[in-house]
Design a protein around this ligand. Structure first.
Ligand SMILES: [Zn+2]
Length: 100
């Protein structure tokens, strides 16, 4: 049954960050096949050693290894999503000006 890989989102995983277009290729750790799965991620940004912002995003930028607890994150896609949400919040504040 090809295509019936079950990835358990409860398993803690090591996140490896890569920038690629299309497919990441085999797992950088063990060389097994990676499977793209839409998941939800907690993202935290830092300014220096201070936590600046934290939020939850969902998307199809994670590639899960079927053999070891590794997820390869496509930073190209994450960057696209973050710039889209930044634009959205900026235009949102323009369309809802404070009442005069
Ligand atoms: Zn692996």
């Amino acid at each position: 049954m090809k295509g019936q890989i079950v990835i358990d989102p409860k398993v803690p995983r090591e996140a490896l960050y890569q920038s690629f277009a299309g497919q990441p290729g085999p797992c950088p750790k063990c060389g097994s096949e990676l499977h793209m799965m839409a998941q939800t991620y907690m993202v935290a940004t830092r300014e220096g050693d201070r936590l600046a912002d934290s939020f939850i995003i969902g998307g199809d930028f994670g590639w899960f290894c079927q053999s070891c607890p590794v997820v390869v994150i496509n930073m190209v896609k994450v960057g696209e999503m973050l710039s889209i949400s930044r634009h959205a919040s900026r235009s949102g504040s323009r369309t809802h000006p404070p009442a005069a």
